[in-house]
Write a protein that binds this ligand. Structure first.
Ligand SMILES: Nc1nc2c(ncn2[C@@H]2O[C@H](COP(=O)(O)OP(=O)(O)OP(=O)(O)O)[C@@H](O)[C@H]2O)c(=O)[nH]1
Length: 380
C-alpha cells in the first residue's frame, strides 16, 4: 500500500491491493472503526446527557443514586476510550495491537458495569436493547477478527445473563430462552459474515491471478516466451521518454521459409522457441529485453550499451547459436540455423520507429553481404 502519495486514509480508498489476508482484515477494520466509535460514543453521550442535563429524567433511578457520578464518569470514559481506540487503530496503521485489544476489553467492561446497574438497580427499559445493540454492533464491526470480537462480546454477553439472574433471584426460563436466541444469533451471524468475508478473499485472489495471467498474455509472445511487439514498443517509448540511451539489435533467422518447407511448420515453431532461448541466455542484465518482432524476426534491446558492446552481444548470440547446433540442411550458408543481425544506437529525440528502421537497414545489409553475420548502422 502506497503511504507516500495521498496520505494514509486515501491508501485504502483508491486502488486497493491486498498482499495477504491480513491486509483485507486491516481494510475491514479501517472501514468499521468509525462506525463502531460512533455507536459507542453516541450511546455514552445519551447516557451522560440524560443524567447530567435532565436530572430526574429516569424516575426509576431511585436506588443507589450515589453510583450516578460513577456511571457519568464511565460514560465519559467510554467516549474517551472509543476515540483512543480509533486513534490507535488509525495511527499504527489499522491493525489490532495489544493496546487496541486492551482498549476493546476496557470498553466492554465499562459498558457491562453500566448495563448491570441499569438492569439490576434502576430497571431502565433501554438497558436490554442497549446491550443487544452494542453486541450486534461489535458483531458487524469485528466479525472478521474473532479474538477482538470475543474480547468485546464476552463481558456484555455474560453480564446480560448474570444481571438477569440477579434480577430474578435465579434463572428465569423466559429470559434464558431469549438469551439463548441472542447467543444463536451472534454465533450464526458471525458464521455467515465470516463466510462472505472468506468468499470475498477467495474471489479477490482468483481475480488477481486472472489479471496476472492476462497481463502475461498481453505482454508476452505465446510461442517463444519473449516480450511481444507491443510490449517492446512500450519499452522503447519509455526509454525514449526518459532519455535513456540504448542499442537495438534486429535479428532474422536465415532461410526460415526453407526451414519450414524442409522440416514442417511445427518444427519451425520449435526452432523459433529455441532461437528465443539462445537470445535470452545471451543478453547481459535483466534490464535487457528480448522481443519477438514478428514472424522469424526478433529484437534485442540493450540499455546504455554502445555499438561495440552491442556487437559483442551479437557475437555471443552467433557463438551460442552455433553451439546449440540446430540443424538446417536447407540453408545456403550453413548446415545449422543461423541469424543475420542489424545493430543501431538510439539517437537523441529519435522515435522508436526511426531506430528500428535504421537497425532494419543494417540487417538488410547483413543479409546482402551473405547472411550469418551482423552489420552496424550506417555512420551519421
Ligand atoms: N513455423 C513458423 N513459421 C513462421 C512463423 N512466423 C513466420 N514464419 C515463416 O517464416 C518465413 C519467413 O520467410 P521470409 O520472410 O521469406 O524469410 P527467410 O525465408 O528467412 O529468408 P531470409 O530472411 O531472406 O533469409 C515464412 O515462411 C513464414 O511463414 C511462425 O510463427 N512459425
Amino acid at each position: 500500500m502506497d503511504q507516500s502519495s495521498g496520505g494514509r486514509h486515501r491508501a485504502f480508498d483508491t486502488a486497493i491491493v491486498w498482499q495477504d489476508r491480513n491486509d483485507m482484515v486491516r481494510q475491514a477494520l479501517f472501514v468499521s472503526i468509525p462506525w463502531f466509535t460512533f455507536v459507542n460514543v453516541s450511546f455514552a453521550l445519551i447516557i451522560f446527557f440524560r443524567n447530567v442535563l435532565i436530572s430526574g429524567f429516569d424516575r426509576s433511578i431511585s436506588d443507589q443514586t450515589e453510583i450516578l457520578p460513577l456511571i457519568n464518569g464511565i460514560a465519559v470514559g467510554i467516549i474517551a476510550f472509543s476515540f483512543l481506540l480509533a486513534f490507535f487503530i488509525y495511527r499504527l496503521p489499522a491493525r489490532f495491537t495489544p493496546v487496541s485489544m486492551g482498549l476493546l476489553l476496557i470498553l466492554s467492561l465499562m459498558w457491562s458495569y453500566c448495563s448491570y446497574h441499569f438492569i439490576v438497580w434502576w430497571h431502565l427499559p433501554f438497558a436490554w436493547p442497549l446491550s443487544v445493540i452494542l453486541m450486534l454492533t461489535a458483531l458487524a464491526a469485528l466479525y472478521y477478527h474473532p479474538p477482538a470480537l470475543m474480547l468485546f462480546l464476552t463481558p456484555l454477553w455474560l453480564t446480560a445473563l448474570l444481571a438477569s439472574m440477579q434480577l430474578n433471584q435465579g434463572i428465569s426460563v423466559r429470559f434464558l430462552l431469549v438469551w439463548l436466541i441472542l447467543t444463536t444469533i451472534l454465533i450464526y451471524g458471525r458464521y455467515i459474515l465470516q463466510r462472505w468475508f472468506d468468499e470475498a478473499w477467495r474471489r479477490y485472489q482468483e481475480n488477481r491471478m486472472l489479471i496476472a495471467m492476462l497481463d502475461v498474455m498481453a505482454h508476452q509472445d505465446a510461442l517463444t516466451g519473449t516480450a511481444n511487439r507491443r510490449s517492446m514498443e512500450n519499452y522503447l517509448d519509455d526509454a525514449i521518454r526518459q532519455a535513456l540511451p540504448f542499442a537495438l539489435i534486429m535479428l532474422d533467422v536465415d532461410y526460415f521459409k526453407r526451414y519450414n518447407d524442409h522440416y514442417g511448420h511445427q518444427a519451425g515453431d520449435d526452432c523459433l522457441a529455441k532461437v528465443a532461448g539462445v537470445l535470452k541466455s545471451s543478453v547481459r542484465t535483466p534490464a535487457d529485453l528480448v522481443a519477438r518482432y514478428g514472424g522469424e524476426e526478433f529484437v534485442v534491446v540493450l540499455p546504455t550499451a554502445s555499438l561495440d558492446e552491442a556487437a559483442l552481444v551479437a557475437e555471443r548470440i552467433q557463438a551460442s547459436l552455433h553451439a546449440t547446433a540446430l540443424p538446417h540442411l536447407a540453408s545456403e550458408v550453413s548446415n545449422r540455423v543461423t541469424v543475420s543481425m542489424g545493430i543501431a544506437l538510439s539517437g537523441s529525440s529519435e522515435s522508436a520507429a526511426g531506430i528500428i528502421n535504421r537497425a532494419d537497414n543494417a540487417l538488410y545489409r547483413a543479409k546482402q553481404q551473405g547472411r550469418n553475420q551482423w552489420a552496424k548502422q550506417n555512420p551519421a
